[in-house]
Design a binder for this molecule. Structure first.
Ligand code: AMP
Ligand code: GLY
Length: 421
């Protein structure tokens, strides 16, 4: 089979690596890929949002199956375009992708289907927003309706900060059109968890749970980022919580979102009143994928083919009963502006640490060397028989890698370790 994976992050590297394990896979292409993905795939310099160019490539190369990493091409209708051409692709249609691409659409969907979530109001003018802020309790959460690459959610501690956020989103257009409508919602307390399922609505197969670390600095301080690390172990959700998530969140969603196919990722808050849904993503999380796929024993390709052929329930997915952790190595200015083009050293040594895989994100290959190209550079991922062992291995390998400005969080997985004590 010839496979095309669209995207260029650590998530896509983990997906390519998992697909490369299947003997049926003859060739993998990645558009555009990165400096690590090139070891297993041929890199194609096509931009993921250039849907026509991606579809032309898949047609010309007779690609058997295409998998999309990021949300933007899904929300722009890449699945619709491929299906029109009779090409096999895994993912939701643009219409279904509104579960991620419009927070207003998503909240209306949750309410209509009785899915537990934060209380919220919507607004499309600054006057409406200011009126809601007048009668709210603080802290409060303000969310831009559209896709904003992780910058569209602000937790305001007081009315002054909340008004400033509304002013920036709606009047100064800090996020462009994404901020022209808002969701203003109740602040929920608890621990967060990422829960993914493989879906071919109404059927689905749950994946093991993971926890992301969104804030830039240790102790969950500093600005939100794309994700600074993640871990996966079976103690993230209790049996009761897992049952509630499946019954009250996933099942009603996939019953209502007719024929939703691909990956559905629920961002959960584990509150004292049970799990509540913060948001859906219509794709794999990054860096959660790196730890989730580390624990998947079943071949990923088989599951994707099951989805494409509408026989997802026919296979029992097998998961490793161990733990996995990933530490994201960033360039120090991230999530702000960073310097790029720095050579990376120590990758070969780090790769040899037992249980470790290095997934590349912002890297490129040139004249036999690997250079940085972005804020999130590498994901040092490890499996272990316990969470503590996985973390020890990942951190041991992380300190073997060097590049100018290298930085990383030192407390990945601490909440998980504390829960086990
Ligand atoms: P979202 O894009 O909706 O997942 O929001 C991004 C991050 O903001 C989440 O991962 C949470 O850390 C935080 N967040 C979003 N909504 C809420 C809420 N209602 N209560 C508390 N934190 C929230
Ligand atoms: N790790 C969070 C996300 O992928 O949205």
């Amino acid at each position: 089979m010839k496979i095309l994976v669209v995207g260029s992050g650590g998530r896509e590297h983990a997906i390519v690596e998992a697909l490369a394990q299947s003997p049926e896979v003859r060739k993998i292409y990645a558009a555009p890929g990165n400096g690590g993905i090139r070891e297993q795939a041929e890199l194609i310099s096509i931009e993921p949002n250039n849907i026509e160019a991606v579809a032309d490539f898949a047609t010309a190369e007779r690609i058997d199956l295409t998998f999309i990493g990021p949300e933007m091409p899904l929300s722009k209708g890449i699945v619709d375009a491929f299906r029109q051409r009779g090409l096999v692709i895994i993912g939701p249609t643009a219409d279904q992708a509104r579960l991620e691409s419009s927070k207003i659409f998503a909240k209306q969907f949750f309410k209509k289907n009785g899915i537990p979530t934060a209380e919220s109001s919507e607004c499309s003018t600054p006057a409406e927003a200011y009126a809601i802020l007048e009668r709210s309790k603080y802290p409060i959460v303000i969310k831009a309706d559209g896709l904003a690459a992780g910058k569209g959610v602000v937790i305001a501690e007081n009315p002054a900060d909340a008004r400033l956020t509304v002013q920036q989103f709606m009047q100064s257009k800090a996020l462009g059109e994404a901020g022209s409508r808002l969701v203003i919602e109740e602040f929920l307390e608890g621990e967060e968890a990422s829960f993914h399922v493989f879906a071919d609505g109404p059927h689905f197969q749950p994946m093991v749970a993971a926890q992301d670390h969104k804030r830039r600095f240790d102790g969950d301080r500093g600005p939100n980022t794309g994700g600074m690390g993640a871990y996966s172990v079976d103690t993230i959700l209790s049996r009761q919580q897992q049952h509630a998530v499946l019954q009250r969140i996933i099942e009603p969603t996939l019953a209502a979102a007719k024929s939703y196919s691909g990956i559905l990722y629920a961002g959960l808050m584990l509150t004292s009143a049970g799990p509540k849904l913060l948001e859906y993503n219509v794709r794999f999380g990054d860096p959660e994928t790196q730890v989730i796929l580390s624990r998947l024993k079943t071949e990923l390709l088989d599951v994707l083919i099951d989805i494409a052929e509408h026989r997802l329930p026919s296979r029992k997915l097998e998961w490793r009963q161990d733990a996995a952790a990933t530490v994201v190595l960033v360039t120090s200015g991230y999530p702000g502006k960073v310097e790029t083009g720095k050579q990376i050293f120590g990758l070969e040594e780090a790769k040899r640490v037992e249980g470790v895989k290095i997934y590349h994100a912002g890297t490129r290959f040139g004249d036999g060397k690997i250079y940085t190209t972005g804020g999130r550079v590498l994901n040092v991922t490890a499996r272990g028989s316990t969470l503590a062992e996985a973390l020890d291995r990942a951190y041991f390998a992380a300190q073997m890698i060097e590049f100018e400005g290298k930085d990383y969080r030192k407390d990945i997985g601490n909440k998980g370790l504390a829960k086990q004590r």
